[in-house]
Design a protein around this ligand. Structure first.
Ligand code: IVH
Length: 704
């Protein structure tokens, strides 16, 4: 009979359902074909051609059409089953208990959690006056589902989900994952199937890609692909070199209670038990009462998402009581007691409309993609960085292509690659301009460097603008009120040719600018006046010398003690400064060797910029000299800058990441991966109170 393959379900026509127009039938068919193709690339080939967000969007569209015209639903529709297949090389494994998928709540906002809670309450027959339903909220890990089978306490088989019924035997690779116990404690039941997610931590992923790059091997697009590709290797030696991790979140088959198997009454108790048997369980998993607490969890984890050491694409809510789970049961292949509530996708595809070039402070030319507007990670993106010419070549993107845009956390959106597909006709490859698009100066690329640069220096108005903004920034001379728009007007209007011109600005000149009244003009003049009293370190940093950040500027100030001494230093002398290597020494020396730069320095001093004579600190006043400290989380009273300044005043170096060499970590509220790393490495962790105690003990209480 053809009935099973009745793709458009005309035989199920009911009176109530409106007849589907031909165009809808065609659209449904096109969506199914497309989704099956994408799913095959994703699950079988581990080589997705579109981001998850694009896939989800198409799936939702199909779901919506099927809801409107239920007679079109077939058992084969991608909405009706778990898609996947078995690779030829790996042995098939039939799951004793099918590995199900869960419904995705389409609404990204609070309404998603509320809709789930409302459905659960309705199914359970709960009214308004009844108690809240208790849930467990967990992160939704972005890896691949795994079923681990233990017999008599020994790991005997590990299988991927496959199509939910039949997966692939990947035991040989899973045995290489250190987080997965090979042997369980004696209190574990004779049969136990643990379900969870195999994933790759971001840091491990970056390190893996760096190794791949060095070896000239293929790069992985994201941690999920890297994890999936590693798990499904035929050769376990390869998997062994791929750092994989695991989180447990559920069960498959288990010794029945009547045969002496364990009995849990809640999902949360199950998670605790799994933890006690040695399985990693996400520390964020927690009990939530009712919809409101689910919403709060979704929001909280959303804020932490960017700082987590691994990717998540949403959260999962599960009814906590197992008897209620049983009562709720399943719809087709999805449990009614669980739901995935996603976050805005961090990757989306869109059309590349054009490529421009931007000029930065140091003259670096950055190609920028102009995009058809697309929502990524919760914001509308119209521009994304393409980094440099070589990145464009490597990714092979051309104008008119459909490209993948990624924006994770607060980082600048970037184009990660193109969606394969034919181009309509010939499109020329991108070329870097030979002349600066802003000032017309020659564009150069230093040997061994990926970046092109404008050679115009401060002659280039783009560089002048960026240089001014940097000079005025908070950590440099901190000139309040000197922002983008104003700098633009000052430079474009010819009011400022070089930095010292800032201090020659006059009231009438300023008051005449757009959106600038007399009052703001006076405020700016006052801010300029205040900025003249600074420190040598800030002044050096403010100059925007390539490779000279805040820390180097401070080291230079400390080492030489005066601007004159720095200006007189040759590269040899500069190399004596701690942490200054040949590249930095060369950059400083050649900056200071240029007559026009020396003149700028003289004029700035003549304008009244001054600083106290830098005291060369006494060793005894630097109790933390030689120590490296990392700050993480929010301290109860000290601001981050303040804590940093205090530590540095005591001689410590404040670093951004934790390693074995870190002397100690100062952790505040909501400390994330850095704290975790310190704990794994056994690096001491102090809170604010302990830090203050340490400083007071070392330096003595302040006399003022
Ligand atoms: S529970 C019957 N919990 O999301 C419920 N799944 O479609 C079974 N996933 O591929 C799933 N994190 O691999 C569950 N905390 C979590 C999860 C999770 C990620 C994945 C799972 C599956 C998909 C659900």
């Amino acid at each position: 009979m053809m009935q099973n393959f009745d793709l458009f379900g005309t035989e199920n026509l009911t009176d109530s359902a409106p007849k589907a127009p031909k165009s809808v039938v065609a659209k449904v068919q096109a969506l199914r074909t497309q989704l099956l193709q994408w799913a095959h690339e994703y699950y079988v080939q581990d080589a997705p051609s579109v981001p998850d967000g694009t896939y989800d969007q198409a799936l939702h569209e199909l779901q919506a059409l099927e809801q409107l015209y239920p007679q079109l639903i077939t058992p084969e529709s991608p909405t009706q089953r778990v898609i996947g297949a078995v690779l030829d090389g790996l042995a098939p494994v039939r799951h004793a208990v099918p590995m199900l998928s869960i419904r995705t709540e389409t609404d990204n906002t609070a309404a998603g959690a509320q809709a789930f809670d409302a459905r659960v309450r309705r199914e359970l027959g709960l009214g308004e006056g009844d108690a809240l339903v208790e849930y467990v909220a967990e992160p939704k890990f972005d890896g691949l589902a795994m079923s681990l089978r233990y017999e008599n306490g020994k790991l005997v088989q590990a299988a991927t989900r496959g199509d939910g019924e039949v997966g692939e035997d990947v035991t040989h690779n899973i045995r290489t994952i250190r987080q997965i116990p090979l042997q369980l404690p004696p209190d574990a039941p004779p049969l136990l199937e643990v379900r969870g997610e195999v994933y790759m931590r971001r840091a491990d992923f970056d390190a893996l890609n760096a190794r791949q790059l060095a070896a000239g091997a293929k790069l992985f697009a994201n941690p999920r692909n890297a994890a999936a590709g590693s798990v499904r290797q035929l050769d376990s030696h390869i998997a062994m070199q791929r750092p994989l991790s695991f989180f447990a979140y559920g069960l498959g088959s288990v010794t029945p209670v009547q045969e002496g198997g364990p009995r849990w009454s809640s999902h949360f108790a199950l998670l605790q038990q799994l933890k006690s048997w040695g399985f990693p369980v996400a520390s964020q998993a927690c009990i939530a009462q009712g919809a409101q607490e689910l919403v709060a969890f979704h929001e909280r984890l959303g804020q932490e998402r960017a700082q987590l050491p691994y990717d998540i694409d949403g959260v999962v809510y599960k009814v906590n009581r197992l008897d209620l789970q049983q009562q709720l049961g399943f719809v087709t292949r999805e449990p009614r007691w669980a739901v995935a509530h996603k976050y805005p996708a961090e990757e989306m595809s869109t059309v590349l409309l054009g490529m421009d070039v931007q000029v930065g402070r140091t003259g670096k030319l950055t190609p920028v993609a102009r995009l058809e507007p697309v929502g990524v990670g919760g914001v509308m993106v119209t521009n994304a960085t393409l980094h440099n010419l070589f990145e464009i070549r490597k990714k092979g993107v051309r104008v008119g292509d459909t490209v993948i845009v990624r924006r994770a956390g607060d980082v600048i959106p970037e184009v990660v690659g193109r969606v394969p597909g034919a181009r309509a006709g010939y499109v020329p490859n991108f070329r870097m301009p030979r002349q600066c698009p802003v000032c017309g100066s020659l564009v150069e690329r230093e040997k061994g460097e990926a970046n092109h640069r404008c050679t115009g220096g401060l002659f280039c108005s783009a560089q002048r603008k960026e240089a001014l903004l940097h000079f005025a920034s908070r950590r440099a001379l901190d000139i309040e009120g000197l922002g983008d728009k104003l700098v633009e007007q000052l430079v474009d209007g010819g009011h400022i040719q070089s930095l010292p011109d800032l201090y020659r600005l006059q009231l009438p000149q300023l008051a005449g600018l757009e959106r600038m009244g007399e009052k703001s003009a006076l405020n700016l003049l006052a801010a300029l006046q205040r900025s003249k009293a600074t420190t040598l370190a800030r002044f050096i940093f403010a100059l925007g010398i390539r490779h000279v950040g805040e820390a180097t500027a401070r080291d230079l100030a400390r080492h030489f003690g005066s601007l004159e001494a720095i200006m007189a230093a040759d590269e040899e002398a500069l190399l004596q400064v701690p942490d200054v290597g040949p590249v930095v020494a060369h950059s400083i020396h050649s900056f200071l060797a240029q007559p026009h730069n020396r003149e700028v320095l003289e004029q700035l001093r003549a304008a009244g910029i001054h600083w106290p004579d830098v005291e060369v600190p006494q060793a005894s006043a630097q109790p933390l000299l030689g120590q490296t400290v990392v700050l993480t989380g929010t301290l109860p009273t000290l601001g981050r800058d303040q804590a940093k300044a205090m530590l540095e005043a005591a001689g410590a170096k404040v670093a951004g990441s934790v390693s074995k060499k870190t002397s100690f970590v100062v952790a505040g509220a909501e400390a994330g991966s850095k704290l975790e790393k310190a704990q794994t490495l056994g690096v001491p962790v102090l809170d604010e109170a302990a830090l203050l105690e340490l400083l007071v003990a070392a330096v003595g209480p302040s006399s003022s």
